[in-house]
Design a protein around this ligand. Sequence first.
Ligand code: CUA
Length: 177
Amino acid sequence: MAITPPTERIWWREPVARVELVWIAIAFLWGLVMFFMMIYWHGAGEQNLSNEAYRTTPEAFAAKAEAMTDQYTVREETGFPVVQPPPGSDVYLIARLWQWWPILELQRGESYRLHVASLDWQHGFSLQPININLQIHPGYEMVLTVTPDQAGEYAIVCNEYCGIGHHTMVGKMYVTE
Ligand code: CUA
């Protein structure tokens, strides 16, 4: 029992049971398999993105997101600007307590450089239903190239617990034909 003191004080010199050694070996080998799968899926998987991260500050990132939003807003929805940036451009998405801002409207089949950063603390970017997941740390700007291949309405869900409003931190992204 772990909650009582060991009867043999020098417990680490005790012989290890064969079955325990087998389990340790299995766990170690499985660890190795998972390690190499990580490298394999980086190339062959569809969820692992070759993303980039750059240092930023909340002020600098907010300024870029606001500049894009001022220039390309096409309408408003529930108090959020809906932004239609030109294909091929850099698009910015702010994560903050507890929203994703603004609503991006992208064109199907076009590529964009999507920048995501947090203005306060850690959030999780999860684009559904295509299941792209990124950790969003304050002070870092995550960049990924996206080429949406299906039109429709996507949900951006925060999947990192970020406080009392975490469950309400759901945003939207549109992809149009
Ligand atoms: Cu943001 Cu959870």
